[in-house]
Design a protein around this ligand. Sequence first.
Ligand code: ADP
Ligand code: MG
Length: 497
Amino acid sequence: MSTVAPVGDAALPAVLDEWEPVIGLEIHVQLATASKAFSPSGVAFGAPPNSLTDPLVLGLPGTLPVFNRRALELAVRLGVATSSKIRARSRFARKHYFYPDLPKGYQISQYDEPLCEDGAIDVLVGTRRMAIRLQRIHLEEDAGKSSHEGATSHLDLNRAGVPLVEVVTAPELASAEEAAELMRSIHRLVRWLEISEADMEKGQLRCDANVSVRRRGEDRLGTRTELKNINSFRFVQKAIEHEILRQIRILETGGRILRETRLWDAMGGVSFPMRSKEEANDYRYFPDPDLPPLVVDAQIMGAVLGTLPELPGPRFERYQRELGVSPDDARTLVSERPLAEYFEAAVAARRPEAAVGVRGRAVANWLLTELLGALNGDDKAIGDSPLSPASLAELVDLIEDGTISGKIGKDVFESCYASGQSPAAYVESKGLRQISNEAELLKIIEQVLVTCAKQAADYRAGKEGLFGFFVGQVMKATGGRANPQLTSELMLRALKS
Ligand code: ADP
Ligand code: MG
């Protein structure tokens, strides 16, 4: 077994002037159904081993598959959301291989007539939105799981027959970072569409990465290797970075890349060969004679089209264009649908006078810093926020129209977050309205200048650094309620007179 030592990321940029990485991903997503793809057993994660089996999953003779309509609807949803062409009639095929966790001796998949083709998905790399083409999305069933302990092997067929979609991208990702972002995009999208929880720790989202390199300017693709079964965003990036460098080293020393499947060892930060193309299986695909063509009828299309939410990519742009949100904040806001929805509800709840074009900016600030900070501290999700979107909007309005200062706003936030009370009611009950009345402020300023006559004299004698002290005194006298800007203006005038 040949391994390659881990390499620091620092080595990458220099060689990349000459070499161009090309990456295509195959991503498996478990569909959130209640039962298996072709039989009635449940799909619960963590059930006792082999408790979720049935005659079909066990491959007993005489059993027949019946396709789960819910799985079809979920897959069509993903197809529509990625602008894919959806086949009105697609076909299931048998993919044959012998493995103990596959009792039937074949996996039901799709081959030359997949459900979806020629789609695209939005990927956010930093704050840049790019579209990556998808070659296909097809339906298939998962296999079981074998684990090995010394000389003993264990089989668990609970996962066998669980419905999956496989999403295959075009070979057009140009870096490990883009590949990791593509995986994040799929994760975000399938959760957004409620197709899958996509929990990687439960194996509900996993990916194979195809990697090749070529000299810049060359249009032919280089020979690729395939890294199997990567189950975290970080590992995708690490494994691909490592593979890119491994290939460049081989090519630069006159070697050639073998078309092989490699396994990534996350612990060691290395990959090693699993099988070469020559040893690869001939799957002997053929149409499954037990299953009729898979038909996408008007009823399913109607149900999907009628319930498709606005997607993260368009929202990312709309928040910047229409609501004045910064690209970084917009990216965070679309990271999960409940957060985006909270944000939109808060923006919609603002007073009509709130400035059009930047209505979302302050809401995004308060939501992403104060509210998410507080929720994280309490280990709560946005859906459990004690502060409603309307209350957050109210707080922003109170600050923007000058009723309270931003500083008092933080106190109001904390109190209302703890109590769930409305900020406007809280401000009234505690008498926290900002003092913006000139006459009232002037009276307080005069008092301060009398009490602090010595400092006033020092200031006038040239100790200008004392200015903050006077403003502070006014704040102290008003419990922080003095309008800070007006106070500064009036104070300056009073000191200069
Ligand atoms: P297979 O059936 O052997 O997995 P496919 O042709 O279906 O092969 O391609 C699978 C994945 O490999 C796709 O994501 C595709 O973009 C990617 N791919 C194909 N050729 C290359 C290459 N030369 N370099 C990088 N990725 C590639
Ligand atoms: Mg493959």
